[in-house]
Design a protein around this ligand. Structure first.
Ligand code: SAH
Ligand code: SF4
Length: 344
């Protein structure tokens, strides 16, 4: 019989498992603590548990992380990990070290069904949803591989492969696991989930007690343009999307982030910048501008830097905080929208 996977299970679930084995509930909590807090994945080495129980656990269960199939190292310090999951499916995670902090970009699905016309993940189509353990496992793996404790200044962004709000329950369960102070213990304030604009998901997220910050990929200022770039806009057009953003209950000092991928000659005019300001008016927010990361398969071009700066200036002039996201790891296909399981 195949062994049951433990990574991804909640404290409550582990307690249930161990009580079903005839053990007291605190043994479940010890197991949970050993796996997620101490990151001891060799069940035989969990010394807080009695030896016979360790043996039995090792026979029936396993604690496994995604496997690194390949690691690509960018000149700017970014690493892209090509990961293999238990069933052979592959996803990617990206690690971006900076002097004061590290950011890990996580995948939530194999491929993506949204099919944004400027995104290489979209071109792959949809495979399947990741489980909570496969999502949280990316963090456990990358922090282990870099010998840094998971609790160091670590930012998590749910911006890798996939649309997190189309894998809502598993993504939120992963967030709860990653932020549980009894376990991995990362701060939800340092987590950001990015969505292409799944309105019911945004509404649901707003009601969560434990939730990451929200980023919305706008990338167009008219429905005609957004319909053509991000097909789900036909289902949830700009007006509805912005209503959901306006109603999103922000915490004190929290801002909503809008991402805007600038594509040369498509959505990068001064009129677009002005329309963008009008769209986000009244929302406590900032805008991250991302110059299109190119790919040979894409029919689009990156606008010149001066144009990106001019776009930014218009936003700032109108009182909308705007930042230019500098591309990381473009040389190894690790930048936004470039995750396509490239093997070189
Ligand atoms: N599916 C989610 C999160 C993953 S995509 C979403 O769409 O928001 C993460 C970010 O990369 C999004 O803001 C998306 O607009 C952006 N992106 C996609 N393709 C890109 C490209 N070729 N160049 C730059 N950014 C891109
Ligand atoms: Fe999916 Fe996001 Fe890429 Fe769109 S940009 S195809 S939603 S991963």
């Amino acid at each position: 019989m195949p062994k049951q996977e433990l990574i991804g299970l909640s404290a409550q679930r582990m307690q249930q498992l161990l009580t079903a084995m005839g053990e007291p509930p605190y043994r479940g909590r010890q197991l949970y603590h050993a796996l997620y807090h101490e990151q001891q994945w060799d069940l035989k080495k969990i010394l807080t548990l009695p030896a016979p129980l360790r043996e039995r656990l090792a026979q029936e269960f396993q604690a496994t992380l995604p496997q690194v199939e390949k690691k690509f190292q960018s000149a700017d310090g970014t690493s892209r990990y090509l990961l293999r999951l238990a069933d052979g499916c592959r996803v990617e995670a990206v690690q971006m070290p900076e002097p004061a902090r590290t950011t890990i970009c996580l995948s939530t699905q194999v491929g993506c069904a949204v099919d944004c016309q400027f995104c290489l993940t979209g071109l792959m189509g949809f495979g399947r949803n990741l489980t909570p353990g496969e999502i949280a496992g990316q963090v456990l793996l990358l922090t282990e591989k870099n010998a840094s404790r998971a609790t160091e200044r670590l930012n998590l962004v749910f911006m890798g492969m996939g649309e997190p709000l189309l894998n809502y329950e598993n993504t939120l369960e992963a967030v709860r696991l990653l932020s549980d102070p009894e376990g991995i213990g990362l701060s939800v304030r340092r987590m950001m989930l990015s969505t292409s604009g799944i309105v019911p998901g945004i509404e649901k997220l707003g009601m969560e007690r434990v939730r990451p910050q929200l980023a919305v990929s706008l990338s167009a200022t008219t429905d005609v343009m957004r319909d053509s770039l991000i097909p789900i806009n036909r289902k949830w057009p700009l007006q509805e999307l912005l209503r959901a953003c306006r109603e999103f209950p922000l915490r004190s000092r929290e801002k909503l982030t809008f991402e805007y991928v600038l594509i040369a000659g498509v959505n990068d005019t001064q009129d677009d910048a002005r329309r963008l300001c009008r769209l986000v008016q009244g929302i406590r927010c900032k805008v991250n501008l991302i110059g299109l990361n190119p790919g040979p398969e894409l029919p689009f071009k990156t606008p010149p830097d001066e144009l990106v700066v001019r776009f930014q200036q218009i936003l700032i002039h109108k009182g909308v905080p705007a930042y230019i996201r500098k591309p990381r790891g473009r040389d190894i296909f690790a930048a936004c929208g470039q995750l396509k399981l490239a093997e070189a």
